[in-house]
Design a protein around this ligand. Structure first.
Ligand code: SAM
Ligand code: SF4
Ligand code: F3S
Length: 451
């Protein structure tokens, strides 16, 4: 569209708030890179903003309701000030589209995840004619083509890079196929160009993202091909990918772990339930046996590979026996880290109207699962005390007295480093631990390659 930059719009300030997954974090960053082109600067203060953008998540009901609470908060903050331009992006924008404009007249623009290439034109149009606009077409090809011309200026040691979007699997509980649309894999060279730019600008770790990242397939290039290619950037230290689906853990991807130089030994592989009956009801398209086969194959290749997962507790039809299968499964795998949530019915999904399990039972089951998962985490972290680990240093701690980074298994590490360590792989000795963090002392900068 032929709208030019609006000079009245120069030096405007945008406040961006992000809910949801890493893909939303990546998107928020890319949205900022885009609106910079029409003169927006970023502000970290609500009060300074002339534009307020909320990038939303629809995965559970709580995540969605947070959106309307947040808008209520913004309304209060701006009660005695000039109203900012209010933009809603992300998965709630896609799912509720023009309904949002009706439910909350404070909102000006609603833009879905596959329409971000239209964001500047939409803002400029609104400034021009003050009309409310909703853009929720699925057009990932145009989106990524457009975004590939705008530099990804994250300037972070660890950067996200979306390679795939959407989902064709239609698990019966999940909104993602409706909010992100069908599976789409970005062109191979487009991704490599973005990766190169990130590495040239200081990124040491790339986290490849997709709702089904291991379903990546573009002109027969697979995720394994991408990793092999990205490993060749000499200044890059680490590669990760998330989120994978058990069905797409193909042989080429598993084999990659035999010779990889930079792929980290942590596999985030959501299983959702330890019961085959529940997996069938969920339409997960894999069994516990399939999952275990992948687990044992990878452990055989490298026993240092650890697993993390997602669990849905109390899916309709989950009986005590099914729940016990989940408990036994967690005992077997010893996940290093996991997310667990009570099932939340989502409008439009197959499981939306299923009979819910009693709330008291749900809470008891969630507590039991979380206690087990958290105890595993504590035990595994404790076992690292007095061991030497490689940490990729990301930044200073908030009080600026120490630095923090992550282990190969993604665990947070805080130690007595300084700003010269940022962006380096440093060897540290673990002194103390709790469930989520390791506290360490610096030994020396590592010359060894990690992984
Ligand atoms: N594509 C990934 C997979 O198949 O494993 C999951 C992506 S989804 C954005 C992240 C997690 O949210 C899921 O693994 C699931 O555990 C959780 N989730 C999705 N829908 C949910 C629902 N209706 N209720 C509770 N948790 C849900
Ligand atoms: Fe949702 Fe299932 Fe697709 Fe994952 S695979 S995004 S859980 S529908
Ligand atoms: Fe939420 Fe959409 Fe991500 S529903 S988890 S922001 S894909």
């Amino acid at each position: 569209m032929g709208l030019k930059k609006n000079p009245n719009n120069m030096n405007k300030k945008i406040f961006i708030k992000t809910f949801g997954c890493q893909m939303n974090e990546y998107d928020s960053n890319r949205i900022f890179n885009t609106v910079q082109k029409i003169g927006f600067q970023k502000t970290e203060n609500y009060e300074d903003a002339s534009c307020y953008l909320l990038n939303t998540c629809h995965i559970r009901d709580k995540a969605k309701e947070k959106v309307y609470h947040e808008i209520g908060r913004v309304k209060k903050i701006f009660r005695s000030k000039k109203k900012p331009l209010v933009i809603i992006t992300g998965c709630v924008a896609q799912a509720e589209n023009e309904e949002m404009l009706k439910r909350e007249p404070y909102i000006d623009l609603v833009i879905g995840p596959q329409s971000y290439h239209k964001i500047n034109d939409t803002i400029l149009k609104h400034i021009h004619n003050k009309k409310k606009i909703e853009e929720t077409e699925f057009d990932p090809i145009s989106k990524f083509k457009y975004l590939s011309k705008i530099k990804n200026d994250t300037n972070k040691v660890s950067s996200f890079l979306t390679i795939q979007e959407g989902c064709d699997k239609f698990c019966h509980f999940c909104v993602v196929p409706y909010t992100r649309g069908p599976e789409y894999s970005r062109p191979f060279t487009q991704i490599l160009d973005e990766a190169k730019y990130l590495v040239d600008n200081g990124t040491k770790e790339i986290i490849l993202l997709g709702q089904n990242v291991n379903a990546y397939n573009n002109e027969s290039y697979k995720l394994s091909d991408l990793v092999k290619e990205i490993e060749n950037f000499p200044k890059l230290e680490r590669i990760r990918y998330t989120t994978s689906h058990p069905k797409d853990m193909t042989e080429d991807l598993i084999d990659l772990y035999k010779n990889t130089k930079k792929l980290m030994p942590l596999v985030h592989l959501p299983v959702q339930s330890g019961s085959n009956k529940i997996l069938r009801l969920m339409n997960r398209k894999h069994t516990i046996d399939d999952y275990l086969k992948t687990f044992y194959k990878l452990k055989e290749i490298n026993p240092n590979i650890e697993f993390s997962s997602d669990f849905i507790i109390g899916y309709p039809g989950e009986e005590e026996e099914d729940f016990n299968d989940t408990i036994n499964f967690i005992d077997k795998i010893n996940f290093i880290n996991s997310f667990s949530f009570i099932f939340s019915p989502r409008p439009g999904t197959v499981a939306a109207d299923s009979k819910l399990i009693d709330k008291k039972i749900l809470i008891r089951r969630l507590e039991k699962v979380q206690n087990l998962l958290f105890e595993n985490q504590r035990r595994m972290n404790r076992s690292l005390e007095n061991k030497i680990l490689n940490v990729l240093v990301e930044n200073l701690t908030e009080d600026k007295t120490q630095v923090f980074g992550r282990s190969e298994h993604m665990t947070s590490i805080i130690f007595n480093g300084d700003k010269n360590d940022i962006g380096k792989v440093v060897q540290v000795k673990i002194k103390q631990s709790n469930r989520s963090t390791l506290f360490a002392e610096k030994i020396k900068i590592s010359n060894q390659k990690v992984a």
